[in-house]
Design a protein around this ligand. Sequence first.
Ligand code: SF4
Ligand code: SF4
Length: 460
Amino acid sequence: MTNAIPLRNLPSHGSTNDKIYPRRFQGVFRRLRIAGGSFLFLLFFGTAWLGWNGRQAVLWDLSGKQFHIFGSTFWPQDLVLLSAILIICAFGLFFLTVAAGRVWCGYSCPQSVWMWLFLWVERVTEGDRNRRRKLDQAPLSRSKLARRAAKHSLWLAISLITAITFVGYFTPIRALVADLATLQAGGWAAFWVFFFTAATYLNAGWLREKVCVHMCPYGRFQSTMLDRDSLVISYDAARGEPRGHRKTGTSESAEGLGDCIDCQMCVQVCPTGIDIRDGLQMECIGCAACIDACDSIMEKIGAPTGLVRYTSERELSGGKLRVLRPRLLGYGGLLAVFIGVLVWAIASRPLVDLDVTRDRGLYRFNAAGEIENSYTLRILNKAQHPRLFDVWVSGVEGLRLLGGTRISAGAGERVEVPVSVSVPAAAMENPITDIKFHLQAADSDAESAEDITRFIGAAR
Ligand code: SF4
Ligand code: SF4
């Protein structure tokens, strides 16, 4: 048996192909979303320009196969950490959804954050809901053309800045901007800037809520995660119904009506064009615009706010709100464990990597009559400073590394070192035997690496 809440898939006010003209509104949750959105914009647009130890603070250097983040460098060998981060993000999303429905969509998802920004631009250039609707229906005129041009120019400018910033996390942003300004950017960089400009413009400007409703898989499976105690945005039908307009000077009790005056304000502000009074729906992105709109109406008519509010299905049906419950605690516990493991793995990951390959060819006898094999050592110094490493071999009695046993590597440098290993012929019990290369950082006992390879040879 499942606790999941079934989501309704109801026709909105107008078909899904109708253009939605969300109305302007004010309120606590709008201010909260603006504050959260501003913080996210600052983080996204600002971080790309931050420097750290003479390098861009966050840079996924695809050509160098390195990911730099505030002084730490991650390599393809650390890919398992990336998987751990993705698992943590997934559990974080499960946790949030069980606790408070689509709060991620409403406040933090880039699609909705950029959509609200584009909606604001539309409102500034073309006016609020009714003016925009009239403008759409009006014949082409100079004023209409000017407003449209202003809107699309601003949308494109925001899209271009977004795209340059995003690409700037994969190629040094200062050089990218200089290259674009002087028309000297490489073909791939120019292509990706163009691609992400177009994607931002189309997604946030034209597709908007359609991405959330028709394209995003999260909206589809969220109902399996919600339970009767999840905080979701709901209309309190027990208090609001029967809905209806008031006659001036009469109270609702006098008319036998509930608190909902059927003003449609909650519907008009909804960016996905649904009516929250129809119940929890798949199209609801949890933006809380309907709460702000309804609260302002309740204040105007002198009724208590909260006719539309964050609440649980249990509370709506007369039960008690239960925030802490086994499912939420389970997700929270798993999340804490995964975060702990990730922190430990990052803190304890070795800042050195060793890869040994045996050179082609059989083996040879040297002047001392010993069997000799050749190898190439690939040493990766993941630290942010130059280091010295000691190398030695083990596995067969009398095994010796010929030449130097101390190797230096610069900060973040991968060095390739050819070496030879010899064994007294009498010590070879088998023609093929495993030997182990050991690498030890000279400045840290905890920093070491090993690799096993084969030694080939037989006594004459
Ligand atoms: S129903 Fe309310 S919370 Fe849901 S998308 Fe519409 S305005 Fe936002
Ligand atoms: S805004 Fe509030 S009062 Fe107006 S229709 Fe919606 S629920 Fe009813």
